[in-house]
Design a protein around this ligand. Structure first.
Ligand code: NAP
Length: 476
């Protein structure tokens, strides 16, 4: 596996001015697979200057040309599918088939925005007989894209094509745990034919490189995906120079299952929702609320399925791979201990699985008899711990679902259409799924309400993240 282990600036590879490096670790083996540059403020300055230089020409590029390049990027990504998937799995831990699915999604996103470049329409506004008034959507210029470690490639490819389609240049700052496929994305953009500086990639810590990027006055828009705490800081940084932000933050998402639901379908979505990517998904099912008459049967069936899951290195394509890092393993284990201490019943899992002494493996875990006020029911764990909570009435299920400051996704499983629609209306979340989970293809808006975020990615709506409206008035 060829690793790109330098900064990607101006379509070129360069060493960090700091000369410092940090390790990329395979979470399945704990082996160091690369040493990457730990960029500092000077490196960020170089990336921003390059991006500024490129922005002037890129904003004037014909829409068809921008679309052509995005289509070519999709082709190049597809051509490198196997190496990208393997690299993602080795760097992040997820099962190989999931890495492939993430690559497929990224290709689709590039193609979607390739087709969107010439559909950024303005308005014509009636202002009377003696004049015309119309709007144009102008690109912001240099944009920063700071991403988390759970979907490194797919998250980079969620906002990059949108910004490029809108005529902005892009500086990517991947999470320190998972930089490899984002660095490779820089190279794939070069291969696709994007001019120097249109896409730059800077690796380094959030506290240093991330912060220098987010605070840089020449960065005119920031797209951040990550935790609520960091999101809050990013918003403050954006305020320093009055820039728009897109914040895609955490969730503690409830799936409400009524006794009248198609139980097999609900169960399948609970399992998929809770344990895809080892539960390290912002939109995962982290609380499943089950109506009392179904509760005991649901927990029993859930436990049997979860206990049968295979856990192992992502390269062997098990049901579940390792958690991303030792630090995250410790966080998850701490939540599991705390849940036990607070009186939740451990149904299955709860610790390192037998036979895997190395690697950041944790068994898929189900807790039942979880009370809504326990920490495990209130805070985002972001990995492998599913809380099952009983409820008796519709109002109670809604109250528990909406009680938290987060509101990313939510779902309701019932055959009663009236009830489903009432829940769709009353659930406080940016996305509501009825008898479904993870229904967020590229053409639909993705994002949360309350502390789960601000703005939307995906779909045509997201192009507005990278443009400003200019109003032009003519009198004659
Ligand atoms: P994080 O700790 O907030 O880090 C996210 C990114 O921000 C990383 O690249 C990080 O760099 C950088 N960063 C950290 N501090 C910074 C600072 N002061 N200034 C600028 N950048 C800074 O989040 P995470 O642990 O990687 O990701 C997990 C979280 O992401 C979860 O809450 C999850 O729900 C959320 N998430 C949300 C979505 C969504 O679409 N809503 C999608 C995926 C994940 P370092 O890695 O170098 O610290």
């Amino acid at each position: 596996m060829r690793v790109f282990d330098r900064l990607f600036i101006d379509n070129d590879w360069c060493d960090s001015v700091t000369g410092r490096r940090f390790a990329a670790v395979d979470p399945a083996t704990e082996e160091v697979i690369a040493e990457l540059p730990l960029a500092g403020a000077d490196d960020v300055e170089a990336a921003v200057r390059s991006s500024q230089r490129a922005a002037a020409a890129w904003r004037r590029e014909a829409p068809e040309r921008r679309g052509e390049l995005l289509d070519r990027l999709a082709d190049v990504i597809e051509d490198h599918r196997d190496v990208l998937a393997e690299m993602e799995t080795r760097d992040m831990g997820k099962p190989l088939r999931e890495s492939h699915a993430n690559v497929t999604r990224s290709v689709r996103t590039c193609r979607y925005y390739a087709g969107a470049v010439d559909k950024l329409l303005g308005d014509s506004i009636p202002v009377g007989h003696q004049g015309y008034n119309f709007t144009v959507h102008e690109p912001l210029g240099v944009t920063a894209h700071i991403t988390p470690w759970n979907y490194p490639f797919a998250n980079a490819c969620r906002s990059l094509p949108t910004a490029l389609a809108a005529g902005c240049t892009v500086i990517l700052k991947p999470a320190s745990q998972t930089c490899l496929t984002t660095l490779m994305l820089g190279d794939l953009c070069r291969q696709a034919g994007f001019p120097p500086g249109v896409v730059n990639v800077v690796t380094g810590s959030g506290a240093e490189a991330g912060q220098a990027l987010a605070r840089h006055p020449a960065v005119r828009g920031i797209t951040f995906t990550g935790s609520v705490d960091t999101g809050r800081r990013i918003m403050q940084f954006a305020a320093e120079h009055i820039r728009p932000v897109v914040l895609e933050l955490g969730g503690k998402n409830p799936q409400v299952v009524f006794a009248d639901a198609d139980v097999d379908a609900a169960l399948a979505q609970t399992l998929r929702g809770a344990f895809t990517n080892a539960g390290q998904v912002c939109t995962s099912v982290s609380r499943v609320l089950v109506e009392r008459p179904l509760y005991a049967e649901y927990v029993e069936r859930l436990a049997a399925r979860v206990a049968a899951y295979t856990v192992g290195p992502g390269m062997e394509d098990p049901d579940i791979g390792p958690l991303v890092s030792q630090e995250h393993w410790t966080t998850v284990a701490r939540y599991a201990d705390q849940a036990r201490a607070e009186g939740a019943r451990l149904v299955t899992g709860g610790d390192r699985p037998a036979g895997l002494p190395r690697g950041y493996f944790f068994a898929p875990t189900v807790f039942d008899q979880v009370a809504p006020d326990m920490r495990i029911a209130r805070e985002e764990v972001f990995g492998l711990l599913l809380s099952v909570i009983p409820f008796d009435t519709d109002d109670q299920a809604l109250a528990i679902s909406n009680a938290l400051p987060l509101g990313l996704t939510s779902g309701v499983f019932t055959r009663d259409i009236g009830r489903a629609m009432r829940f769709a209306r009353d659930l406080q979340a940016g996305m509501v799924w009825i008898n479904e989970w993870f229904q967020s293809p590229v053409q639909v808006p993705h994002g949360g309400i309350k502390e789960s975020g601000l703005g939307r990615e995906q779909g045509m709506l997201a192009l507005a993240n990278y443009t400003q409206v200019k109003d032009i008035a003519i009198r004659f």
